[in-house]
Design a protein around this ligand. Structure first.
Ligand code: SF4
Length: 378
């Protein structure tokens, strides 16, 4: 059977290329809040907001960051054989609130055992120069800012009670990227009042911004949210799985090939999901997206116009033209980066395929430095 993952630049592959080993994201709850829930902007939050803030709940149970880390890394070491980890500050808006609190939290992270990176989840209106500088100064090879952009359309952002506009999102992305932070944009398909074209316009917008990663989510309805009331009243209908998979399979070829796909669909906790049922089966949705890409003979970045890359200061000659003719070789993990192999690029065997792979990967790294493998001592 065809290896469909070679049609996408997936996070697991990217991290394996960088570190030569499995790297696992560890969700942490640092006890931050959100201006859209604490009354600063509103108390209801975004219409889809899970009152738990997408968190693990461990913070609410009173566990310190170090204790949460021990719980998760122990579990991942046992179940997934992981030894390297990225701390993911996931719950609520992790740059909101007193700056000293952020300083304290960020001070703890680099000392955690096995840590190779940090991903800070937040809202675009909760970052300023001081906070971005603080995150960018973390002494780790992978430092990401995960921004909930959701939509490029201000009318939608109002409809979902987001509390910020698209211009604020753009500014946050540019300010973060200018400091060397890797930006992961969260986007939602199936937002109330949005058409397929609206979502594809959002993807085109993100493609023009200096983002390094994207998380796609299908909007689902959770108990206790404003969206649940709309859904019960028949005012909101979620996308069917086929419509969602079709939309993502149409979006991916329009996305730059070096952008890391961190998620193809959301992952609701089973006990809080009201609709749609299919949102609870992430594997089936991912499989359908991959199937559609294969059926259509397409892949991430295939339809990207080189002019879009020019907006990022990438010349047409640098824009990995082979990615437009076939999936880049570096969408797949090369043999010398697989478990048990020597984790160094220069240890590649001297075979024609290995040399071709190295040449293509070196060209990609020259264009997109964040793809570069981490060397010893970095
Ligand atoms: S920004 Fe996030 S935490 Fe805040 S209300 Fe919206 S979904 Fe909830």
């Amino acid at each position: 059977m065809e290896n469909t993952t070679t049609r996408l630049h997936l996070l697991a592959t990217y991290l394996r290329l960088r570190f030569g080993a499995r790297v696992q994201k560890v969700p942490l709850d640092a006890g931050f809040s959100c201006p859209n829930r604490d009354g600063t902007l509103s108390r209801g939050g975004c219409v889809f907001c899970n009152p738990r803030g997408s968190g693990s709940g461990l913070g609410e149970d009173g566990l310190t960051l170090e204790e949460q880390w021990t719980v998760w890394t122990g579990r991942y070491a046992r179940t997934r054989n992981a030894g390297l980890f990225i701390a993911y500050l996931q719950s609520f808006s992790n740059t909101y609130g007193p700056i000293d609190k952020l300083r304290r939290v960020l001070g703890v992270l680099p000392e955690l055992p096995g840590i190779v990176g940090v991903a800070v989840g937040t809202r675009p209106d909760c970052v300023d120069n001081e906070r971005l500088d603080m995150v960018a100064a973390l002494p780790l090879p992978e430092v990401w800012l995960e921004l909930g952009l959701q939509s490029a359309h201000d009318a939608t952002l109002v409809r979902i009670n987001r509390g910020h506009d698209a211009a604020t999102s753009e500014r946050a992305v540019r300010d973060a990227a200018a400091r060397g932070l890797r930006v992961c944009a969260h986007l939602i398909a199936g937002l109330p009042g949005e058409s397929s074209d609206d979502f594809l316009a959002t993807v085109a917008w993100v493609n023009r911004l200096p983002v390094h990663g994207v998380k796609f989510h299908g909007l689902y309805v959770c108990e206790g949210t404003a969206l649940a009331r709309q859904w019960r009243a028949g005012e909101y209908t979620p996308l069917e799985r086929e419509a969602y998979a079709d939309l993502i399979a149409r979006a991916l070829p329009r996305l730059r090939p070096e952008i890391v796909i961190q998620r193809l669909t959301g992952d609701p906790a089973g006990n809080e999901l009201l609709a749609p049922d299919w949102a609870g089966d992430k594997r089936a949705t991912t499989a359908r997206i991959n199937e559609l890409l294969a059926q259509r003979g397409t892949w991430q970045g295939k339809d990207v116009a080189r002019s879009a890359m020019n907006g990022l200061g990438v010349s047409p000659a640098q824009a990995a033209p082979s990615a437009l003719a076939a999936p880049p070789a570096w969408f797949a993990v090369p043999p010398h980066r697989l478990p048990g192999a020597a984790p160094r690029l220069r240890d590649t065997g001297d075979t024609p395929q290995a040399r071709a792979w190295e040449a293509e990967y070196a060209a990609a790294c020259a264009t997109f430095p964040h793809l570069r493998p981490v060397e010893d001592g970095e």
